[in-house]
Design a protein around this ligand. Structure first.
Ligand SMILES: Nc1nc2c(ncn2[C@@H]2O[C@H](COP(=O)(O)OP(=O)(O)OP(=O)(O)O)[C@@H](O)[C@H]2O)c(=O)[nH]1
Ligand SMILES: [Mg+2]
Ligand SMILES: [Zn+2]
Length: 294
């Protein structure tokens, strides 16, 4: 039986990419056999007499699975954050990073719209943030759609992987993909029209072949709340805290009020940026407030 990858799910059809062929399939067989709903990203076995009337017969086991957006076998999340318009936000970035770390997905940080920076002051600020995140161990790529290096900057990261593009509206996700594959002509919008969107746009998830990889151009995570994440999990989502937490005096230290806390010491000595720790504290508070307290 032939095998392929589901690259799009729409109106009850699954579109299976098998090399150069795209086969429109139904999923009847699978539902009956192992009660699994096929997802974009699935590796499947299918049967088809022609490209319009196929059947997904079997879904192979998944590496991971996101609920919103509904997609699986994701290798990495490309977090697109613009340097300006909108301004670079470490608090929003840290929120995305926590959600992605909690899903065991590898994040890559792309700082876009570098060409729109007008002052040295802003440029230095953005570069120093980039350095902070690199120091944590994250891959940080600075780029813009006017740079001729977008392909060189991004393709090596995207090749051979399934990536989800995530980030605020208007940061330039679709624009970057349009540079990588101009023939796609993905719809891009200026900020003003973005405000009226959202409600009206049907957002189906689709994998787009870019280089030898696949990319999902979605807003990423429709909810940025920490549902399902506990305070104890949060340290794992801050790699620079996780690697130091063994040095805290108390096991299970939450790095908030405990004495002899290695994290607080690292913040005081400047090894961990103050803003990262503050975001951590905000998230701890948010998770604690979610719970009923007696
Ligand atoms: N100068 C400049 N403008 C950019 C760059 N990237 C995007 N833009 C502009 O920013 C606006 C928003 O870009 P989009 O690609 O639509 O943003 P998006 O992230 O896909 O937004 P959503 O689809 O709403 O999530 C458009 O007007 C783009 O032309 C860049 O690197 N440089
Ligand atoms: Mg877009
Ligand atoms: Zn601690």
């Amino acid at each position: 039986m032939p095998q392929g990858k589901i690259v799009k799910a729409l109106s009850g059809f699954y579109y299976v990419q098998d090399g150069e062929r795209l086969i429109q399939c139904r999923g009847r067989g699978v539902f009956r056999k192992n009660k699994v709903t096929p997802l974009v990203g699935d590796e499947v076995e299918y049967q088809a007499d022609n490209d319009q009337e196929g059947y997904v017969l079997e879904v192979f086991s998944r590496k991971n699975e996101l609920i919103r957006p509904p997609i699986c076998n994701v290798d990495q999340a490309i977090l697109v954050f613009s340097a300006v318009e909108p301004d670079f936000s470490t608090s929003l970035l840290d929120r995305f990073l926590v959600l992605i770390e909690a899903n065991d997905i590898n994040p890559v940080i792309v700082i876009s719209k570098m060409d729109l920076i007008l002052t040295d002051e802003v440029k230095e600020k953005v570069l120093s943030f980039a350095k902070d995140y690199e120091k944590i161990g994250y891959n940080v790529v600075l780029t813009s759609t006017v740079e001729s290096t977008v392909g060189k900057d991004l393709l090596p990261i995207l090749n051979d992987k399934i990536s989800v593009f995530a980030g605020q509206s208007g940061v330039g996700k679709s624009s970057l993909l349009n540079v990588l594959r101009p023939e796609l002509e993905l719809k891009t919008d200026d900020i003003s029209t973005h405000l009226g969107r959202g409600k009206h746009t049907t957002r189906h998830v689709e994998l787009i072949a870019v280089g030898s990889g696949f990319v999902a151009d979605t807003p990423g995570f429709s909810s940025l709340e920490f549902t399902g994440i506990e305070v104890e999990d949060l340290t794992y989502c801050f790699p620079e805290m996780h690697e130091r937490s063994g040095n805290c005096k108390f096991r299970g230290c939450t790095h908030v009020k405990e004495p002899a806390c290695a994290i607080k010491e690292a913040v005081e000595s400047g090894e961990i940026p103050q803003y990262r720790y503050e975001h951590y504290l905000t998230f701890v508070e948010e998770i604690r407030e979610r719970k009923p307290r007696y």
